[in-house]
Design a protein around this ligand. Structure first.
Ligand SMILES: Nc1ncnc2c1ncn2[C@@H]1O[C@H](COP(=O)(O)OP(=O)(O)O)[C@@H](O)[C@H]1O
Ligand SMILES: [Mg+2]
Length: 232
């Protein structure tokens, strides 16, 4: 079982977009993943509710309803048939909460937008992960995703230069695409949409999916996932 945390305290960076699309991808591959919504705004939960019974199944848990501090991301009972757990997190997670949130994560995906404000917020987020949550670079658990990029822009070049200085792998570069907006509205993920429409976006996802795949089977201590009584 692989636990994937999508984290960046900056709102609007693409956490829910990545969490829902990852869950949809795993579901389209025949897994029955768990999508855990730790954001009181409930965007992932709303997306899940839009899905039709004939779509590939995704377990959902509105974790924020049971967990006022939103730290124990993995505390919910994990269904036995879920091979992947994807955790969507709220904006404004404090550095103080990061050690608890991240300790059982196999992969921590940090989306960042090409803007000065977002670059600044991302650098603080990565510093907190390294220094406060004590995630070590050599564990290769953190992957940055450059999101909503327009390749021919100056700010995109600045973002990529900044990401190089972090020495954290950039596991995907997702273009700015209305397909994400359409998918979100309809309760779909890109991998469930008409291939000819989303082909360039699907290609963007390949490096991140390969990074996650390569990490599967890497054993990590499983503290923090003690099954609790059924809450969902
Ligand atoms: N690559 C993208 N291209 C176009 N729109 C995007 C992309 N990623 C996210 N969005 C849109 O940006 C907004 C914020 O994204 P969201 O995933 O909700 O961010 P967060 O969960 O970090 O607050 C949403 O309206 C979403 O549809
Ligand atoms: Mg969100």
């Amino acid at each position: 079982m692989q636990r994937i945390l999508v984290l960046n305290p900056k709102g609007g960076s693409g956490k829910t977009t990545i969490a829902t699309n990852l869950a949809s991808y795993f579901a389209s591959q025949g897994d029955r993943p768990l999508l855990s919504d730790n954001d009181p705004q409930g965007s992932s939960t709303r997306w899940l509710k839009k899905r039709k019974p004939e779509q590939p199944f995704i377990h959902g848990v509105a974790a924020f309803e049971h967990n006022s501090r939103m730290t124990r991301a993995w505390q919910m009972r994990i269904p036995a048939d879920a091979m992947h757990v994807v955790v969507d997190t709220p904006a404004a997670v404090s550095a103080h909460d990061m050690p608890e949130m991240t300790k059982s994560a196999d992969a921590i995906i940090v989306p960042v937008l090409p803007s000065d404000i977002d670059i600044h917020a991302c650098s603080k987020c990565i510093a907190d992960l390294l220094l406060i949550a004590k995630v070590r670079r050599d564990e290769n658990r953190i992957g940055v995703v450059a999101n909503r990029v327009r390749r021919n822009t100056v700010i995109y070049q600045s973002l990529m230069r900044f990401l190089e200085t972090l020495r954290i792998p950039v596991v995907a570069t997702l273009r700015d695409s209305q397909n994400y907006v359409r998918a979100a509205e309809a309760g779909f993920g890109l991998h469930e949409m008409k291939h000819s429409v989303v082909a360039p976006d699907l290609a963007d996802w390949q490096p991140m999916l390969a990074w996650l795949k390569a990490k599967e089977g890497t054993v990590r201590p499983s503290e923090g996932i003690n099954p609790l009584p059924e809450t969902a």
